[in-house]
Design a protein around this ligand. Structure first.
Ligand SMILES: [Zn+2]
Length: 324
């Protein structure tokens, strides 16, 4: 259990996470067709933090890793934003004049979205496309200079692995990653929306199919990751008793950095990080016996030197912690 500062789950209930976070359990999109008051993207704190721990592989975050919380937020936002785009797309198609003979049908407004939502093939495809949006667009939130860093590239790879490990249909995003397959997917979603007219026997004389009439760009036009600020986004703090606590590491010195976590477990110990390799190893306080055999670094001798230098400050911090 490496690292400093922020615990991502309640230490008392911390369990090794077996199942990876499902994006739609961590966040959800409430369509405006179903609620004019609560529609929008909702992100739960518990879901956000659980995705963060999937991304870093453990439940503690160093102060320097706090950007990963933002990254996880963008992932959930993008996934749910895609569900919003689809609703807007289908809503655009509900205007009767696009469904063929507009003179004949212009008094009919067809609510395609409610039956569409219950259409299983389109729900599955929509999830895969939503994850493909994450994979294709997450970079847009970060400056190229940061995207070229090893830590960003690592996390970029990690989010793909997290999505690969999700159950079907989420993991199917790999099939709709390319521009062509994504566009085909969008066209197919719209076709499924139009098929609802036939299934509901609304008596259309022809088989309206969106991709016969118009390309999917028509329904999805203007939907961009940046600039689609019309969808409300809510953050739900479902863990109010569990504040996010960040602790400052002790100074970098002699190639090391030392941290003491709030909410950490007995025995009282410090986390020492080797600045060259970012390897992290725990040592008991204040006899500095290694708690972890691996990694080998930082070596005990260096940790001793560090702690001789900052002993009083570290001792004060360790003694102020509850050590559950
Ligand atoms: Zn989803």
């Amino acid at each position: 259990m490496p690292s400093d500062g922020m615990a991502l789950s309640d230490a008392k209930h911390a369990q090794p996470s077996v199942a990876l976070t499902s994006f739609d359990a961590a966040a959800c999109y409430v369509p405006f067709h179903f609620s004019t008051r609560h529609w929008g993207i909702h992100v739960w704190k518990s879901g956000l933090l659980s995705l963060v721990s999937d991304l870093i592989g453990h439940t503690r975050l160093t102060v320097g890793q706090t950007w990963i919380v933002g990254f996880a937020w963008q992932v959930l936002f993008l996934h749910e934003l895609f569900h919003h785009w689809v609703e807007v797309g289908v809503a655009r198609a509900q205007a009767p004049h696009v469904l063929g003979d507009w003179k004949f049908f212009d008094s009919i407004f067809c609510a395609l979205y409610p039956p569409y939502v219950h259409d299983r093939p389109s729900s599955a495809l929509e999830e895969a496309l939503a994850n493909a949006l994450v994979a294709n667009q997450i970079d847009r939130f970060y400056h190229p200079s940061f995207r070229s860093t090893a830590e960003y590239r690592h996390l970029r790879t990690r989010i793909l692995r997290v999505m690969d490990a999700q159950p079907w249909p989420y993991c199917d995003y790999v099939k709709v990653l390319s521009r062509t397959h994504h566009a085909e997917g969008l066209a197919h979603l719209m076709d499924r929306a139009f098929i609802q007219l036939q299934l509901n026997k609304t008596g259309f004389p022809r088989r309206p199919s969106s991709s016969e009439i118009m390309p999917p760009d028509i329904w999805f036009t203007g939907q961009r990751v940046h600039g689609s600020g019309t969808c409300p986004v809510y953050f739900i703090d479902d863990m109010p008793a569990f504040p996010l606590v960040f602790s400052r590491p002790f100074p970098k010195w002699n190639g090391l950095e030392v941290l003491v976590h709030p909410n950490d477990h007995k025995p009282p110990h410090i986390h020492a990080i080797h600045l060259g390799t970012r390897e992290e190893r725990r040592f008991t306080w204040d006899d500095l016996r290694p708690l972890d055999a691996e990694p080998r670094r930082p070596v005990q001798r260096d940790v001793h030197r560090y702690c001789d230098h900052f002993r009083r400050r570290i001792d004060k911090r360790v003694k102020s912690m509850p050590w559950a």
